[in-house]
Design a protein around this ligand. Structure first.
Ligand SMILES: *Cc1c(COP(=O)(O)O)cnc(C)c1O
Length: 367
């Protein structure tokens, strides 16, 4: 046997920088930890969803409904959508990965934006394709730059709207302009993970674009406003032909039975969603204004998080701010991998957490 011989990952796999999730622990000795690093809901999950998950745990010996029929019906009713065009996944990440696997191959290209969600780049590289980053303007996706990045090899365009970690968004007219200029064989994936939080008249998540064309998919998640990140549920709204392709390659039981029940209850609890959005709206404005008063630049966000930019001065860098905040129990997100070496992303948290971060940063900047 040739000892040099070993299984080799497909080309491109070893070029991938693995996704690094937000930290969840503070240094030893910190009494109270506020995790503001993964855009989780500070109000938690709906109490109805927690009850439903507990009840489902009593029946764990049974396989789930592989079609997640009740969950898809709950989504269809709540959002006024056609149930046949809805598919559920083990987090929307699973949908993003499978769409790439189906529509993009070796030697193809996939476009994402300069400061776009990094999972896109990883999924494009995973299939041996070339990730192409389109320039942004003012930390916002730029339609002309995306169109300029198109080549005959482009197979997919990922647009997070709103984007993470910037919190910026494209008005629906701009998304329509992008779609209208894409060749029909290029898949446009609109990742609307934060859609519920957006309060802007010129924003739409993309439902009508999906309905009116064959090459647009909208992805959504239960991980953010519904507070079910740990349960792993994402869903998509997609044309029938794309649903058909996904149905052939997905795991037969990709959404587990406990997640299905939690998801049905969460989707029906509109009050919890409204309270979560109202809490976020109030504190997003407050934190943004307070940090501005401290002299910190904050990228204008429509999501449940903000990108805080630190001064270039060495003693007030993002790295030092991160250490300072962690030592006081406030866990934020470093975003160097997103092209922001001197910024931190902060999830809008509970009142205590928000006030605590602002007070701690005021002290940090004085020091
Ligand atoms: C959090 C997030 C998701 C959600 O991923 P899940 O796998 O559903 O938890 C998707 N896209 C973006 C841009 C996100 O920030």
């Amino acid at each position: 046997m040739n000892i040099e011989l070993r299984p080799q990952p497909r080309p491109g796999v070893m070029d991938i920088d693995a996704y690094v999730p937000g930290k969840s622990a503070a240094p030893a000795g910190v009494a109270r930890v506020h995790k503001l690093s993964s855009n989780e809901n500070p109000l938690g999950a709906s109490p109805a969803a927690i009850e439903a998950a507990k009840a489902a745990a009593e029946r764990m010996e049974f396989y789930p409904d592989g079609a997640a029929r009740r969950l898809r019906e709950a989504i269809a009713e709540t959002h006024g959508l056609n149930v046949a065009n809805i598919m559920c996944f083990n987090g929307s990440d699973e949908a993003l990965a499978l769409l790439t696997r189906i529509y993009v191959g070796q030697g193809d290209e996939g476009i994402y934006t300069e400061h776009g969600f990094l999972a896109y780049k990883i999924y494009i590289q995973s299939v041996g394709a070339t990730p192409v980053a389109a320039r942004e303007s003012a930390e916002t996706a730029n339609v002309d730059a995306i169109l300029a990045a198109l080549t005959p090899r482009t197979r997919i365009v990922f647009l997070a709207n709103p984007n993470n970690p910037t919190g910026t968004y494209l008005p629906i007219d701009e998304v329509r302009r992008l779609h209208a200029a894409l060749p029909g064989n290029v898949l446009l994936v609109i990742d609307a993970a934060y859609a519920e939080y957006v309060r802007r008249n010129d924003y739409e998540a993309g439902v009508e674009l999906v309905s009116g064309s064959g090459n647009v998919v909208m992805t959504r998640t239960f991980s953010k406003v519904h507070g079910l990140g740990g349960a792993r549920i994402g869903w998509i709204y997609a044309p029938a032909a794309i649903v058909d392709a996904l149905e052939r390659v997905r795991d037969p039981f990709n959404v587990n039975a406990i997640a299905i029940e939690a998801g049905v209850a969460a989707m029906r609890d509109r009050g919890h969603v409204e309270r979560s959005v109202a809490h976020n709206g109030r504190w997003l404005g407050w934190v943004t204004a307070e940090l501005g008063r401290l002299g910190l630049r904050v990228t204008p966000s429509v999501g449940n998080f903000i990108l805080i930019h630190f001064p270039d001065a060495a003693k007030h860098s993002a790295a030092l701010a991160d250490e300072y905040l962690s030592a006081r129990g406030f866990i934020l997100r470093r975003v160097t991998a997103y092209g922001f070496p001197n910024a931190l992303r902060m999830t809008i948290g509970s009142e205590d957490a928000n006030r605590g971060v602002v007070a701690a940063l005021a002290e940090f900047l004085k020091a």
